[in-house]
Design a protein around this ligand. Structure first.
Ligand SMILES: [Zn+2]
Ligand SMILES: [Zn+2]
Length: 551
C-alpha cells in the first residue's frame, strides 16, 4: 500500500493525494491553489496531474473531504482526461459540482453521496466517513480500513464543541477505532499547527455579531464572508432577522450556495425573510442586511465593486456599516486592506476581525491537534495540509505527544509513503510541480514564462530592430531601438539613439572580423551590446529583444 502526495504539503492549497491498495488508486481531494503574488498573470495553480494521467485506468474514485475549492477545484481540469466517481457528503458534492458543470463534465461524472458515520467499499477500499467541524458544513475525516491497518486522514478540521448545527467532530468514533483496531498512520491538518491554544467556537462569532448588529441599529448592514461558510451565513441571517431585518445575498457564488444549502436543509432562512437584492433598495436601512461575497478583497467581487462605487446593485453611503466576517488568507492581505481603505473613503463604517471577533478559524490549533493525537494514539504520523513550517511545527507537536520521532515522516509534494509489514517508510517521488492555469491554457506556461513576466514587470523591455544584407555583408536598415517600461529619462530619445549607435558599432566590428553571417550569432551580438549599454548607463536590466531580419 502507498500514499502519494500530489499537492498541499508545502503550500496551502491544491490538496491532492493518491492512496493505492491492490493496484487501485483512491484520490483524496483534488484542489486548486490561488496564485502567489509573484505568479504574474496566473489564474490558478493545480496539482501536477502527470502521475494520475499515466495511471488513469487505475483510479477507483475521488473522496472529497469537504467542499472548499482547495480540495475540489482541480476536478474540473482532471476530469477532462480521466473519468471516475466522486464521493462525499451531499453538500460537498453540491458545492463541487458547480465548476464541473461549467466545464461541461457533469454528464459523465457519477456522484456518490455518503452519510455521516457510514462505511462503504469502493473496489479494494473500505472507507469510513467520520464527521468533523470546519468552516464549511458536513466535512469528513476518512478512515481507510486496509490490510495494512487503519489509516486516518483528518481532512480540514477543528474541534468545535458548540458548532452551529450541533454536528461535532466525532472524537468518540476516532477513539473507538484507536482502541479496537489501532491507528497505523495518522495524517492530520497542519494549517494552524503554529498557533497556540484552542480555536474559538463558531458560535462565539454569532454572539459578537449580535452585539455588532445592535450597536449599528438603524443603519444598513452589509456583511461579507466566504460563500461556502454556510454556518457563518446562518448566524448572520439569524442575528439580522432577530433584530428586525430582512436578508439579501449579493454575489453569484453566495446566491448559488445559499440556494443549495437551503435545498439540502443545511441552511435555514424563512422564505419571507430572504429577499432579492433588487427589492431591498427601497427599505429603511435599519431593516436590511446584505450578505455579500468578496471578504478576501477579490478585485472583481461584489464587495470590491461596492467599495469602488461601481456596483450596479448597491451604492454605499456614510449610513452603511460593512462587517468583514473573515480573515485574509495569506497573500490576500493587501487586497483586503485596499478594500477597507476604499470603504472608509466612502464614509462607510467598517467592522473587521482586527476590531471585533467577527471571525473564527476553521482549522485546529495546537491544543486541538494534541487532543487528536491523544485520542488516536497513532503508530506512525505524517502532517499534511500546510506550508513547510506548519508541517514541521505539527511534527514537533506529535513528538511532544509521544509519537516516536523515527515514526514521523515529514513529506512534501511528490513524496510517496510505503506502508508494509516493515512499517511506514518514504519511497520514491513523482512529479509534483506547480501546474499553472492561465486563461484557457493549462500547463503551457512554466517557470520560464513567469521569469519573463517578472523581468517585464520589474525592468521593462528594450527591442532592437534591424535588417541585414547577408550577401553584401552590411546592415541594410536600423538599428531602431524601442522601449517600454525601461526609463523615463529627461531625454529618452538621446539614450535610444546612443544605444542604436552602440549596437551598430558592435555589429560592424563583428562583420568586419569576417565571421559567418549567421543571424543567430548576430542576434547574440545585438543582445550583448545593447544589454551592456543599458546596464552601464542606467543600472537596469530590462529584457533585451533583438530582432535581426535578413533582407
Ligand atoms: Zn477547508
Ligand atoms: Zn483546505
Amino acid at each position: 500500500m502507498t500514499i502519494t502526495f500530489l499537492g498541499g504539503l508545502g503550500e496551502i492549497g491544491r490538496n491532492c493525494a493518491a492512496i493505492e491498495v491492490e493496484n487501485r488508486i483512491m484520490l483524496l481531494d483534488c484542489g486548486i491553489m490561488f496564485p502567489e503574488a509573484d505568479m504574474l498573470g496566473v489564474d490558478l495553480v493545480l496539482p501536477d496531474f502527470t502521475y494520475l494521467r499515466e495511471n488513469s485506468d487505475r483510479i477507483e474514485g475521488c473522496i472529497l473531504t469537504h467542499g472548499h475549492e482547495d480540495h475540489t477545484g482541480g476536478l474540473s481540469f482532471l476530469l477532462r482526461d480521466c473519468s471516475f466517481p466522486l464521493i462525499g457528503s451531499p453538500l460537498t458534492l453540491g458545492l463541487a459540482r458547480n465548476r464541473i458543470e461549467e466545464a461541461g463534465l457533469l454528464d459523465r461524472t457519477r456522484m456518490i453521496p455518503v452519510e455521516d458515520g457510514s462505511r462503504h467499499t469502493f473496489g479494494p477500499f473500505e472507507c469510513e466517513f467520520i464527521p468533523v467541524t470546519h468552516s464549511v458544513p458536513n466535512g469528513f475525516a476518512t478512515a481507510f480500513h486496509t490490510p495494512q491497518g487503519t489509516i486516518l486522514h483528518t481532512g480540514d478540521f477543528k474541534i468545535d464543541l458548540n458548532p452551529v448545527d450541533g454536528r461535532r467532530t466525532d472524537l468518540a468514533t476516532m477513539g473507538a477505532i484507536a482502541k479496537d483496531e489501532g491507528i497505523r498512520l495518522l495524517l492530520a491538518d497542519s494549517t494552524n499547527a503554529d498557533q497556540h491554544g484552542h480555536s474559538r467556537s463558531e458560535t462565539t462569532v454569532g454572539r459578537v455579531l449580535r452585539d455588532v448588529f445592535a450597536a449599528h441599529a438603524g443603519r444598513r448592514i452589509i456583511t461579507a464572508c466566504f460563500a461556502s461558510h454556510i454556518h457563518r451565513v446562518q448566524q448572520i441571517a439569524d442575528v439580522a432577522i432577530e433584530q428586525g431585518r430582512v436578508v439579501a445575498t449579493l454575489g453569484l457564488s453566495m446566491k448559488k450556495n445559499v440556494r443549495l444549502a437551503r435545498e439540502l436543509g443545511v441552511l435555514n432562512i424563512p422564505d419571507d425573510k430572504l429577499r432579492d437584492i433588487n427589492d431591498v433598495a427601497g427599505l429603511p436601512p435599519g431593516e436590511v442586511c446584505v450578505i455579500s461575497t468578496g471578504s478576501q478583497g477579490e478585485p472583481m467581487s461584489a464587495l470590491s465593486r461596492m467599495a469602488a462605487n461601481e456596483s450596479k446593485w448597491l451604492k454605499l453611503t456614510p449610513e452603511d456599516t460593512v462587517v468583514l466576517s473573515s480573515q485574509p488568507i495569506p497573500g490576500n492581505e493587501m487586497d483586503v486592506t485596499k478594500v477597507i481603505d476604499a470603504l472608509f473613503r466612502l464614509g462607510v463604517d467598517v467592522v473587521h476581525s482586527g476590531l471585533e471577533d467577527v471571525h473564527a478559524t476553521g482549522h485546529a490549533k495546537a491544543e486541538e491537534l494534541k487532543t487528536i493525537l491523544s485520542i488516536t494514539q497513532p503508530q506512525w504520523f505524517t502532517p499534511v495540509h500546510g506550508e513547510y513550517h506548519h508541517l514541521v511545527s505539527h511534527a514537533r507537536i506529535a513528538a511532544g505527544m509521544g509519537v516516536d520521532p523515527d515514526r514521523i515522516n515529514l513529506c512534501e509534494d511528490g513524496d510517496q509513503l510505503i506502508i508494509s509489514d516493515k512499517g511506514v517508510t518514504k519511497g520514491g517521488t513523482v512529479p509534483a510541480r506547480y501546474l499553472y492555469v492561465d486563461g484557457a491554457g493549462v500547463g503551457d506556461i512554466g517557470h520560464g514564462v513567469l521569469r519573463d513576466r517578472q523581468v517585464l514587470a520589474e525592468e521593462g523591455v528594450v527591442i532592437v530592430y534591424l535588417t541585414i544584407d547577408v550577401h553584401a555583408r552590411e546592415i541594410a536598415g536600423g538599428p531602431e531601438v524601442i522601449s517600454r517600461g525601461w526609463i523615463a529619462a529627461s531625454d529618452p530619445e538621446e539614450l535610444l539613439t546612443e544605444c542604436a549607435a552602440t549596437v551598430r558599432d558592435a555589429l560592424a566590428k563583428t562583420i568586419a572580423d569576417g565571421g559567418a553571417m549567421d543571424i543567430e550569432a548576430l542576434q547574440k551580438v545585438v543582445r550583448r551590446s545593447a544589454g551592456r549599454f543599458v546596464s552601464d548607463r542606467t543600472r537596469r536590466r530590462p529584457m533585451i529583444v533583438p530582432l535581426v531580419i535578413e533582407v
